[in-house]
Write a protein that binds this ligand. Structure first.
Ligand code: PEP
Ligand code: MN
Length: 277
């Protein structure tokens, strides 16, 4: 692929990114938690539930890039403090989104991984700033972006000196309306051909439908993804953001039980390939 220097597949061995005791690109990593941090009780209860079900990391937005300026925008600093408390209680490292270059340095004091959302994938000043941060970056694919554009955005981060970029396919806009977006699962093997960086799948925002999250999660394992990021809420009907697509803790636990055997089977097919899969 033209223009890629550091992200290109030829450059290096596959990148393994260490976050606490989790290794992206080596282990199959499951990140779970609410769309947004709404309260301490909601976040901590959900964190305990996803940990009990086997999640490796906790997600939760303190800054929410919403389509409407009147929608809940997140709790900001107090949300990050709640996430830090949830990490202390559960031991789960935190993934949280940053939407403004001016916030990167202090958000990095709370989050173990900085998320760049789909709407900011090509926010180049934000990419340059997270490229200078001492934290891995979860770079979501822009909903209108090609693989080449996406990888060039990863290149922005790498070229600023941060080698730890995790790609996340979260669905792209197509003419289909039944699903919120269209999950491009072919991005997984394609990205593996093009780059050494790990790639995870977001079955929540890509489908927007509860009934499709489990099948697409299983399909992501079969496609060779390095992990999943899934929205879970202790009371989905009361969620302030993305209420229709959040799994209950029970549904999430059921999904984790189904993922286990498939991961073992994949591991038998690819011994030594990508760790515990
Ligand atoms: C999110 O993961 O919280 C989110 C807003 O996702 P996306 O950027 O993929 O829409
Ligand atoms: Mn969401």
């Amino acid at each position: 692929m033209r223009n890629l220097k550091l992200a290109s597949r030829e450059m290096e061995q596959r990148t393994v990114i260490n976050v606490s005791d989790v290794e992206f690109g080596q282990d199959f990593v499951v990140i779970a938690g609410p769309c947004s941090v709404e309260s301490e009780a909601q976040t901590i209860e959900t964190a305990h539930a996803v940990k009990a079900a086997g999640a490796n990391m906790l997600r939760g937005g303190a800054f929410k890039p919403r389509t409407s300026p009147y929608a809940f925008q997140g709790l900001g600093l107090s949300g990050l403090k709640i996430l830090a408390k949830a990490r202390k209680e559960t031991g789960l490292p935190i993934v949280s989104e940053v939407i403004d270059p001016r916030d990167v340095s202090w958000v990095a004091e709370f989050a173990d991984v900085l998320q760049i959302g789909t709407r900011n994938m090509q926010n180049f000043s934000l990419l340059k700033e997270v490229g200078k941060a001492d934290r891995p970056v979860l770079l979501k694919r822009g909903m209108y972006s090609t693989l080449e554009e996406w990888l060039n955005c990863a290149e922005y981060i790498l070229s600023e000196g941060n080698p730890n970029v995790i790609l996340c396919e979260r669905g792209i806009r197509t003419f289909e309306k039944y699903t919120r977006n269209t999950l491009d699962l072919s991005a997984v093997p394609a990205i593996k051909e093009l780059t050494h960086l790990p790639i995870i799948i977001d079955p929540t925002h890509s489908t927007g439908r509860l009934s499709l999250i489990a099948p697409m999660s299983l399909a992501a394992v079969a496609a060779g993804a390095d992990g999943l990021i899934i929205e879970v809420h202790h009371k989905p009907k009361k969620a302030l953001c993305d209420a229709d697509q959040a799994l209950t803790p029970k549904m999430f636990a059921g999904l984790m039980d189904r993922l286990g055997p498939l991961r073992s089977f994949m591991n038998q097919l690819e011994p030594g390939g990508n760790g515990d899969r």
